[in-house]
Design a protein around this ligand. Structure first.
Ligand code: MIC
Ligand code: SF4
Length: 640
């Protein structure tokens, strides 16, 4: 039987298990990346493992999230990560060099290789045919130490691209259309492959926009074939030698198929507050806009920025609009500076920000109260911008730039003829903000600032458990709900005790205090619990607050893995109707939980005199971790 592209790469990297759908497989990981907001934890865990030098082909530590230094915390974290990197064989991309996914695509990614990153948008690498996964920090630490990365063998989805994009319609509209079709839950447990005639009409940056936002589908990862276009991109990056061709076999079997007719697409927008709440710009109408933000790992390539510059050239941003531009990397900014496009952007009245995540993660540029902000980013969850009542729309760079000029949401097709943007034959290559690891690692001292506190460790699972329901949530709870980010809180990513005061703060401000009163307990959730970011803090902080189990209708993949790593039981209602019978502060007992987890049986749940069952769908390896109270405890026990 023929194979899909993903199956070929999985097969070449399989070190454990069988490629049978739903069963856990272990993969050899060629490359890892971390960013700073998840990196401190990942490296603290890596240090706890006692490995000297990373065992991967390439590991890179990026500083791109916490770049606002309004106190010592972020700068101290950068210093810590820089010194750990130097000591353990990891490349270090300094603050200002760019967003991890953009820089990795430009300078390190390679078709056919496996990559895991402690950031949910790591699948951006799928734009060049890399099999790239977002993961928790501990999983990345294990991979750096040479350990396998485990996922349940995913289903295969094929998205057929037919036709060719019309002028002013962009790759962002392709993925917004896929989100409209599949929803934010539609990709869970699946790898999405793009195929068909339309593929060759898309450049690598356009493909990367599409694979980037596969994270919003909940997909395990997304990828494109590696073809002549991929080769051209890598050659232009001076890295033609890493190119290999990759395509699926003609008789490859997919579990699901979707079609996007590129020719029929129009400019789209995801309306507040979910990435799958997609409408045509022409249907939404001319709403007044206060802010436009162009950048993020979704839309910050040279290609995107050149489109924006050509729209802004010779024009002026509307007096009521604040337009921010964050180029994805130093390479992009450098090229815009050298060819004069940056001058066009500046002259139009845009605010140029650092090459970093910036407004995407609420690191500055929070909109005004109830402000309407059009963003070329990937997430518009409520409150993520830093302004709780802001209305965030996700759009293409073309829509954002056109609207910034007009002051209202604007269909760029009204602008007349679209300027043609050529992909460069050679990108400007200057890696002087990427620091190589030391040749004398023994001489490097790791620097730890006072904000870096130890991370919590779970306790072995006892025979039975009784605790109160400390929170009951609706469906689609995101990790931004569980632990908000933003400029005020991100500096505490290496300080779990402090961060814990903000757990679920925008859902139920009493949650941290309630956990302290009750000595922890159980969280009850709806469907797709934990979607969004890979931040393992969304597990570590509840662990710190004494949460022993999350009982919900279904989980997002990375969050579920993070719960297991922390030793928190990920339970799902065997009968979703039982969700209705459980209320806040009810007492829940799990009378035989240890035995049931050990033997893989359903977990008995007693609540208010009723008995029902929950599933704990995990692998044998994960069962062991849950019994030990987390993956690190388990690794220690195995080592003994
Ligand atoms: C995000 O976009 O939410 C982040 C910030 O990049 C996260 C990682 C984090 O929370 O540090 C992600 O997507 O994984
Ligand atoms: Fe950074 Fe935003 Fe991308 Fe997350 S989604 S990596 S915050 S740019």
């Amino acid at each position: 039987m023929g194979m899909t592209i993903a199956q070929k790469i999985l097969k070449a990297h399989l070190v454990d298990g069988e490629m049978v759908q739903g069963q856990e497989i272990g993969l050899r990981i060629d490359q890892t990346l971390t960013q700073d907001a998840t990196g401190t934890m990942a490296y603290l865990q890596f240090e706890a493992m006692g490995v000297d030098q990373v065992k991967t082909e390439r590991s890179v530590a990026y500083i791109d999230h916490n770049t606002l230094q309004s106190g010592f915390e972020n700068a101290d974290d950068h210093k810590y990560i820089g010194s750990v990197a130097k000591k353990h064989g990891i490349y270090y991309s300094k603050a200002g060099n760019g967003i991890c996914h953009q820089v990795h695509l430009e300078r390190f990614g390679a078709p056919g290789k496996t990559l895991i990153g402690s950031d949910s948008h790591t699948p951006t690498g799928g734009g060049i045919g890399m099999l790239a996964f977002g993961a928790g920090g501990l999983d990345v630490a294990v991979a750096m130490g040479g350990g396998a990365y485990y996922i349940p063998m995913p289903k295969m989805v094929r998205v057929n691209l037919t036709g060719k994009l019309s002028p002013w319609v962009s790759a962002k509209d392709v993925i917004l259309d896929v989100l409209r079709q599949m929803t934010v839950k539609g990709g869970v447990g699946k790898i999405v492959e793009y195929a068909g005639e339309g593929v060759k009409t898309l450049s690598v940056p356009e493909r990367a926009t599409i694979t980037n936002m596969g994270a919003e589908l909940g997909a395990t990862t997304s990828l494109f074939p590696s073809d002549e276009e991929t080769k051209k991109f890598l050659e232009a990056q001076g890295r033609g030698d890493v190119w290999v061709p990759l395509s699926s076999d003609p008789d490859a079997v997919y579990d699901e198929e979707y079609t996007v007719d590129l020719s029929a697409l129009e400019p789209l927008a995801a309306m507040p507050h979910m990435p799958d709440n997609v409408k045509k710009v022409s249907e939404i109408g001319e709403i007044k806009v206060n802010q436009c933000c162009i950048g993020s790992c979704t839309n910050s390539s040279y290609y995107d920025m050149m489109k924006v510059a050509s729209i802004l050239k010779g024009k002026t941003v509307h007096p009521d609009v604040s337009l921010t531009i964050s180029p994805g990397s130093k390479q992009v900014l450098d090229m815009l500076a050298q060819n004069g496009a940056l001058a066009d952007i500046i002259a139009a009245g845009a605010r140029i920000l650092e090459c970093a995540c910036g407004p995407c993660i609420g690191m500055g540029q929070s909109p005004e109260s109830a402000g309407v902000s059009l963003r070329t980013f990937n997430r518009n969850f409520e409150g993520r911008s830093g302004t709780q009542d802001a209305q965030i729309y996700l759009v293409s760079p073309e829509v954002a730039a056109a609207s910034a000029l007009a002051g209202v949401l604007t269909d760029p097709r009204t602008l007349g003829e679209m300027p043609a943007i050529e992909m460069p034959a050679h990108f400007v290559i200057n890696d002087n903000m990427i620091i190589k690891p030391s040749e004398h690692p023994e001489a490097v001292e790791v620097v730890r600032g006072p904000n870096i506190k130890p991370f919590p460790l779970g306790h072995a699972l006892e025979a039975s458990y009784t605790g109160k329901v400390v929170l009951k949530t609706e469906d689609n709870i995101t990790t931004d709900h569980i632990l908000p980010a933003g400029a005020k809180l991100l500096p505490y990513r290496s300080n779990v005790p402090y961060y814990s005061n903000y757990c679920f703060i925008n859902v139920d401000p009493e949650f941290p205090a309630r956990c302290r009163e009750q000595g922890g307990g159980i969280i009850v959730g709806g469907a797709n619990y934990g979607q969004g970011s890979s931040r393992e803090h969304a597990a570590l902080v509840p662990l710190y607050l004494g949460v022993k189990a999350v009982l919900c209708k279904s989980f997002a993949r990375i969050h579920k893995a993070n719960l297991v790593n922390s030793g928190i039981l990920p339970l799902t209602f065997a009968d979703p109707a039982d969700y209705d019978a459980v209320n806040l502060l009810d007492e829940i007992s799990l009378p035989h939980v240890q035995e049931e987890i050990r033997s893989g049986r359903q977990v008995t749940v007693v609540c208010g005199g009723r008995t029902f069952h929950a599933d704990c769908e995990v692998s044998d390896r994960q069962r062991r971790a849950l019994l030990a109270g987390g993956t690190l405890n388990d690794a220690r026990q195995q080592a003994q």
